[in-house]
Design a protein around this ligand. Structure first.
Ligand code: FES
Length: 129
């Protein structure tokens, strides 16, 4: 049996705003990781559910990136306002959120849609290739 029912890895990698791949933690605050940790604690889901900071998960263009193991659920463009929903629907309810899910064909491609808001202030999206 796994030590955890869900292990939530939140990319906290920080890069300069000029970096071509962007990053998931532009201001270095780790706000997203902290929000997951607080919500897990608030609901008493620990110790079976754990949220940790992670280095680059290599899905930078699709970030901020979160992966949940052992289920292997990859979420992209995760915002603070998504944390409660992820805990409610995925961690507690077992439902995969299609609007956040990174499609298998986009994993590890170093392409797809850049969420420029992750490292810049713009909310526009830019196709890469
Ligand atoms: S910087 Fe977050 S996945 Fe690479």
């Amino acid at each position: 049996m796994s030590a955890f029912t869900h292990h939530i890895f939140v990319c906290c990698n920080q890069r300069s705003p000029e970096h071509a791949r962007g990053c998931c933690n532009p201001d270095g605050s780790e706000q997203l990781r902290n929000a997951f940790k607080a919500e897990v604690k608030r609901r008493g889901l620990n110790p079976l559910v754990r949220a940790n900071s992670a280095g680059c998960l290599d899905q930078c263009e699709l970030g901020p990136t979160v992966v949940i193991y052992p289920q292997g659920i990859w979420y992209g463009n995760v915002q603070l306002e998504d944390v409660t929903r992820i805990i409610d629907e995925t961690i507690v309810g077992g439902k995969v959120l299609d609007d956040l899910l990174i499609a298998d064909e986009l994993l590890n491609t170093k392409g797809g849609t850049i969420r420029t808001a992750s490292c810049n202030d713009s909310s526009t999206e830019t196709e890469t290739k």
